[in-house]
Design a protein around this ligand. Structure first.
Ligand code: BTN
Length: 243
């Protein structure tokens, strides 16, 4: 899909800008909104996303559909897999933490926030990604959950622009087959990438913290957790906790 790029120096949040300005974007293109820094970067669960200027990737992709479809929940997973491929190409060995966090050395290096809004072009799918590129160890350690950056992991710095370009190329390349054929062709690789080194996990569905074994991913991309009782529960949303 052809990419139309919009760049900001400093902005509150590339996702917030995209949600507010979706109707001004080109209906038949993949828009990419990037900023050098964000003053109010947003994460999942209403958290903030640490967004120092010039250090990391802050990027939001937007595309349009006539209506909401079943597969929209897979869009962040397709973006996460695209980010994994980019990091692999740079020599890293990332894995995913279900549903779509990218980890290096079991610490979060990238997170994804997907939203939708209705506008005159139809449904805007707004999917933002933050990749910690050159953030220092001190700043990573100051985040209240285990976080890392490419620089911390490789003891070397990277060109943020290059990471954005690689990601944009990879995501636009993956998006077309996904929109045509659905998530099924991505499923086996996704299953490999989200398998934790030890299957025992703690999982929050927003109300309860469950402990159990991550035993698989359904065809819809939902998480299967086997409790100590032997019961297997299916979760469509929530968060695996760092322990
Ligand atoms: C998460 O893991 O909690 C999601 C983090 C998403 C951060 C990115 S940075 C670019 C885009 N703009 C935002 O405000 N958030 C996303």
């Amino acid at each position: 899909m052809e990419i139309s790029r919009i760049e900001f120096d400093e902005i509150d949040s590339t996702n917030s800008w995209a949600m507010e300005h979706a109707s001004e974007l080109e209906a038949d293109k993949l828009s990419l909104v990037v900023a050098k820094g964000q003053s109010a970067g947003r994460g999942r669960f209403d958290r903030s996303w640490v967004s120092p200027r010039g250090e990391n990737v802050y990027a939001t992709f937007v595309f349009f559909r006539d209506k909401l479809w079943d597969g929209v929940g897979h869009v962040p997973q397709v973006l996460a897999m695209s980010a994994v491929e980019v990091l692999e190409g740079l020599g890293f060995k990332p894995r995913l933490k279900w549903p779509n966090d990218v980890l290096l050395s079991e610490k979060k290096v990238a997170g994804i926030l997907a939203e939708t809004t209705h506008c005159e072009h139809g449904v805007a799918v707004v999917v933002g990604i933050g990749i910690n590129v050159n953030m220092s160890k001190e700043r990573c350690d100051s985040i209240d959950r285990p976080a890392t950056s490419l620089r911390v992991e490789a003891s070397d710095s990277f060109y943020v622009e290059q990471v954005i370009d690689l990601l944009a190329a990879r995501f636009s390349n993956r998006l077309a087959p996904f929109l045509r054929d659905g998530f099924a062709p991505f499923l086996s690789r996704f299953r490999e990438l989200v398998q934790p080194p030890t299957a025992q996990i703690s999982f929050s569905d927003g109300r309860t913290v469950w402990k159990g074994k991550q035993v698989g991913i359904t065809e819809e991309g939902a998480l299967l957790l086997e409790l100590a009782s032997g019961e297997v529960k299916t979760f469509h949303a929530g968060e695996i906790l760092f322990v």
